[in-house]
Design a protein around this ligand. Structure first.
Ligand SMILES: [Zn+2]
Length: 338
């Protein structure tokens, strides 16, 4: 079965420096699901495939001592910069001497952006978000092969071919998601900070080659997501990417999947179920016009009201495209069917 090719609606990207209509910071917790709050226990392991650049500072000092800074010195130095991998250490921040447990902001961003792209599904032959990997699959991946569970959960979205993803070096027009999160050649207007473990601990899970340290149920990671130039409906899109949806009139965050082993678990353990919880929204004093006050701090009922307003605004703008999926339930269904 050939995947249905759809065209992606793109517009010229916006000014990245503008702070209107809304500039602000979300104070966010990532909570690992626990029996007590969510009805089941989960564990979290986030490994980042990011590359780490190692700058040999000693060598730079030597070279600078030998000669004046010029292009040939720069070239010699550049040859000695190493690219290393730190995949296995990402929950354990090496910069903190192993004492701080973190989720890198880049992992959080990747998680939120991908969920939003998958949630914004093609409608009537058109998509408003690109999707990477861009090619629709020729057929559902056979059971047991790489990605078949992911496909099972997001089938409605992955059955389409959205063509190549946005790339500003080739085209100044971008989709609604890349306009916010950036794309090759385009900076993001939403910035994800590092999330630090606030409560909880790491415990050993898995066996043999699958043994690893994961955050225990109920662990909480705290960080912030800052943004500028977002409309209220775009704040709503960000929230949708974080797993918020409207339950009646209320904004509710449901469990979403993050990190490693999230589809098959580890032994008997469920892995990678978390809830993104927004605790506070602060807006800057210099922005105006987004339907929220400038220089304000929203918490509690006032915050809930704004989150619901933002989600409603997103639905009003993009309704036919938004198809929210309960990832946790769908993943369980796929697992049981498998
Ligand atoms: Zn895009």
């Amino acid at each position: 079965m050939q995947p249905q090719r759809v065209s992606v609606k793109r517009i010229p990207y916006r000014d990245r420096r503008s702070f209107n209509p809304i500039e602000g910071v979300l104070d966010v917790e990532i909570v690992v699901c626990s029996q007590k709050i969510h009805g089941f226990d989960s564990y979290l392991f986030v490994s980042s495939g990011e590359e780490e650049v190692i700058f040999p500072a000693e060598r730079l000092r030597e070279l600078l001592g030998e000669s004046r800074w010029n292009e040939s010195v720069l070239r010699r130095y550049a040859n000695e910069i190493q690219i290393g991998r730190r995949a296995f250490q990402s929950l354990l921040d090496p910069r903190a001497g192993g004492r701080a447990y973190i989720i890198p902001g880049s992992s959080v961003k990747g998680n939120v952006k991908a969920r939003l792209q998958l949630t914004l599904q093609p409608y009537g032959g058109t998509a408003i978000a690109c999707l990477y990997p861009a090619r629709g699959l020729r057929a559902p991946p056979p059971k047991g092969s790489h990605g078949w569970r992911h496909y099972g959960v997001w089938k409605q979205s992955l059955q389409y071919d959205r063509g190549p993803p946005c790339n500003v070096t080739a085209d100044r027009n971008v989709c609604v998601v890349c306009n916010l999160f950036g794309a090759p050649g385009l900076s993001s207007i939403i910035d994800f900070g590092t999330f630090y473990m606030r409560d909880g601990k790491l415990i050993q899970v898995g066996e043999g080659s699958e043994e690893l340290f994961a955050a225990e149920p109920g662990s909480r990671f705290h960080g912030s997501i800052s943004f500028r130039g977002l409309g209220l409906h775009e704040l709503g899109l960000l929230l949708i990417g974080m797993g918020y949806w409207l339950s009646g009139e209320r904004a509710e965050a449901i469990p979403v999947l993050l990190g490693s082993h999230k589809y098959k678990g580890l032994g008997e353990r469920i892995m990678g179920r978390v809830v993104y919880r927004v605790n506070c929204l602060k807006t800057s004093t210099r922005c105006s016009g987004g339907g929220v006050g400038s220089g304000s701090r929203y918490e509690g009922a006032e915050l809930e009201n704004i989150l619901a307003k933002a989600l409603n605004a997103a639905y009003e703008e993009y309704r036919p495209y938004i198809r929210q999926v309960d990832e946790h339930r769908e993943a369980l269904r796929v697992m049981r069917a498998g």
